[in-house]
Ligand binder design. Sequence first.
Ligand code: TPP
Ligand code: SF4
Length: 300
Amino acid sequence: MAFDYATWLRPEMMPHIWCPGCGIGIVLKSLVRSMDACGWDQDTIGFVSGIGCTSRAPGYVDMNTLHTTHGRALTFATGLKMAKPSSNVVVMAGDGDSAAIGGNHLIHACRRNIDITLIIVNNEIYGMTGGQFSPTTPTGSRAATAPYGNIDPGFDLCNLTIAAGATYVARGHVGNGVFLERLIKGALQHKGFSVVEVMSNCHTQFGRRNKHPDPSELVTFIASNAVALSQWNKLTDEEKEGKYPIGVLHKVANRPEYCESYHRMSEHAQQRVRDAARKIAEAESMKPKTEPAGGHQIED
Ligand SMILES: Cc1ncc(C[n+]2csc(CCOP(=O)(O)OP(=O)(O)O)c2C)c(N)n1
Ligand code: SF4
């Protein structure tokens, strides 16, 4: 049976703002299909974003959505999850949103292992604001703010989030939506902080400055640099140059989840208060009964 997109979309929000051929649509499609495959009820989902082309995604889907401030999506998502741990909280963010202005929040969300899924759409540029270079723009690539080539080394977001403590980290690309769906589904089902980095195309701001102005040609180029994890470790350092491993790169199940740790601590604290109140009541009841000072009151 064909997938019923109509139940997941907000038609009144169309047309969307994305350039024709932008990879963000493929990521959103993979995400809603994964949510559906997990059997998630739309009313249980909190879909949060910051600012950027990627961050417009929650506006187009029918669930509880929050479009917040640049770099702060994870803080809103953390509040939401803490207030309602039974909710399914997902964040979608660009590479600038999550790793530049939001980089500090990213590493601390990983460290806490809170049960949130973060989908990073890595198009290696600030798409929305005109093509400034981001922390993932490859060295040598051109950007509006690096017309002669970027001299910064880029972050490897998967290695960064693994090192910071995320317990599920995967990478895919927009050239293979079916594979991406599998990675996202794994992230949604994982208990703990999960990250899926999606290598995506911004032909408008990145591609046209870097010899790939055509969206399908840029997607093909992105896909051609992906290497299955099983093959990655067989490559020499020279062969790895410009390429990236895809698949589930990291998964651990033995770390406590943040909301559960908070709940346990809170139960413990409440028990301590109850114990203290009981001890005070017991001590009061042991005290000898004395007449109030001044004897009996004289009635009028
Ligand atoms: C505090 C603040 N600083 C800067 C901006 C301007 N701004 C909006 S989106 C953006 C970057 C977008 O790039 P990215 O996060 O990679 O997302 P993309 O548009 O590529 O999906 C910037 C710098 C802002 N909105 N708020
Ligand atoms: S500017 Fe880039 S990221 Fe933004 S919608 Fe266009 S192609 Fe996509």
